[in-house]
Design a protein around this ligand. Structure first.
Ligand code: NAD
Ligand code: 6OD
Length: 485
């Protein structure tokens, strides 16, 4: 049992006096209690973060600051197994996925944004002046101040450091609000921060919920200069309203209802393997997952059969077992939501190709939030299961007859996060990439990441871009200096 405390001004501490349980979703077991922060605790964290801006952190040369971030990345690597175990216990995700994706990316995000920031060049212009002389204009970057980082539960360390890395590299201080479902790795990172000598107040963690709790208090705080948020689109709307009176910049990475499009000329086996991954990885709980799969009619039946075969082979099991490929959903509450969509699919007239229920698992796992990977066909484009984000291991597969038709159907959504296109015709691939209305297109691949590239969505999938220079831009204030020569 590990209880998770708040981390404010370099110290672990108690919060409002209320606490909540941390549950292992693979078993339903109680992992420990988590201290809840309310407005007063968030106020203490923000005050510490604000004070740190004018302390040693604020005065630190950039090279030293970026070296500290590198040390934090190394600190995660040095305690790799602790982070791995904590992430797997909080989420139930398979060890193999967390070892390959969550924890290495958690470290890489810190190191990489230190490297990117070190190598940024700023604009400068030589300007002709009315008196026939010259002036030089140059831009400088300054930190925004205290940045509020509000995170989801699906890739806890990865998505938190994806924002903390560039925010700290730019010289800000942060108050992190991890998801109430996954409090552990943000807390472990606090231990690392102390171990590497990060000045107190630079990295703070407040646990709790959204409305009436730590999340809302952070958004509403007048001394929080910016909010960077990953989560549901409806939460983004609530945050935008709460942030409005204090006029702060917002970066939003929100939900999706992403299409995967498979043309008959695609490498069939690659497209099946890629779509199995894009539909069922992390139990369908990646914002980039494909919940709408469109397959060109000549290969439709064969593709559905191959997907069914692949889905039925996915191995459930204890998350810490090496062979486990499918974990549970994050919570019993989320399982109820996903199962309600499985039922809705039937009510809407879907053909359930495979799955659609709860797997039978042995004693220890029987209390977990498990569901079967599910493939459905036969729904019209207006069905709720085809339009609403479910965020579970379910995809609807439907046939299409032309490029024009599939572009129209893929774009017929309020979301616009990503798309995966599988084709052997590169010209068509580029045409599709240009025509799809979303922030990210993968051609013959999925979730292949280069952290220098722009990441984000259109429409209800987000506001702004992070990654590479885009993160540097969001987390810093650009100031122009004009010098008459
Ligand atoms: P969520 O919106 O329920 O919660 C995210 C975080 O916001 C949590 O820390 C929560 O406590 C906090 N929160 C909730 N209400 C709040 C409020 N009113 N004010 C301030 N904070 C509040 O999302 P989730 O269920 O944790 O994550 C799943 C969702 O996240 C899915 O919709 C998924 O698509 C999306 N997501 C998007 C991306 C992306 O990059 N676009 C990445 C991961 C997840
Ligand atoms: O890879 C990333 O940087 C990123 N932000 C992934 C988001 C995944 C959503 O669940």
């Amino acid at each position: 049992m590990s209880d998770r405390k708040l981390f404010i001004d370099g110290k672990f501490c108690l919060g409002s006096g209320e606490r909540f349980a941390n549950i292992n979703p693979a078993t339903g077991a109680h992992l420990g209690f988590v201290e809840e922060a309310k407005a007063a605790d968030v106020g203490r964290a923000v005050a510490a973060a604000k004070a740190a801006l004018s302390g040693p952190w604020g005065r630190m040369p950039q090279a030293e600051r970026l070296a500290l971030l590198g040390a934090a990345a190394q600190g995660i690597c040095d305690r790799f197994d602790d982070f791995l175990e904590a992430e797997v216990a909080d989420t139930g995700k398979p060890l193999s996925w967390a070892r390959k994706v969550d924890i290495p990316r958690g470290a890489a995000n810190l190191q990489l944004f230190a490297d990117i920031t070190r190598n940024i060049a700023n604009e400068s212009y030589i300007t002709d002046t009315p008196d026939g002389g010259k002036a030089i204009n140059y831009a400088m970057r300054q930190p925004l101040g205290v940045v509020g980082v509000i995170c989801p539960w699906n890739l806890p360390l990865l998505l938190m450091t994806w924002k903390v890395g560039p925010a700290l590299a730019a010289g800000n201080t942060v108050v992190v609000k991890p998801s109430e479902e996954t409090p552990s790795t943000a807390t472990l990172l606090a231990e690392v921060m102390n171990d590497i000598g990060m000045p107190p107040g630079v990295y703070n963690v407040v646990h709790g919920f959204g409305p009436g709790s730590a999340g809302q208090a952070l958004v509403q705080h007048k001394d929080v200069a910016a909010i960077t948020f990953t989560g549901e689109s409806s939460t983004g709307i609530a945050i935008m309203k709460d942030a409005a009176p204090t006029l702060k910049p917002l970066s939003f990475e929100l939900g999706g209802k992403n299409p995967a499009i498979i043309f008959a000329d695609a490498d069939f086996d690659d497209a099946v393997a890629g779509t199995l991954r894009s539909s069922f990885s992390n139990c369908g709980q990646v914002c980039l997952c494909s919940e709408r799969v469109y397959v060109e009619r000549p290969i439709f039946e064969r593709f559905v059969a191959a997907m069914k075969e692949g889905a039925e082979k996915l191995r459930y099991g204890a998350p810490m077992d090496e062979g486990t490929e499918m974990g549970p959903l994050i919570s019993a509450q989320h399982r109820d939501k996903v199962l309600s969509y499985y039922q809705l699919a039937r009510d809407e007239g879907a053909n359930v190709v495979c799955g659609g229920g709860v797997p039978q698992l042995d004693d220890e796992l029987s209390g977990g939030s498990w569901v079967e990977p599910t493939i459905i066909t036969g729904l019209g484009d207006e069905a709720r299961c085809v339009r609403e984000e479910i965020f579970g291991p379910i995809c609807h597969i439907s046939p299409f007859d032309s490029e024009e038709e599939v572009i129209g159907r893929a774009n017929d959504t309020e979301y616009g996060l990503c798309a995966a296109v599988w084709t052997g015709d590169l010209k068509r691939g580029h045409r599709m990439a240009a025509a799809l209305d979303c922030g990210l297109v993968w051609l013959n691949s999925w979730f292949l990441r280069d952290l220098r590239t722009p990441f984000g969505g259109t429409g209800a999938s987000g506001i702004g871009r992070e990654g590479g220079i885009h993160s540097v831009n969001f987390y810093s204030e650009l100031k122009n200096v004009c010098v008459k020569l």
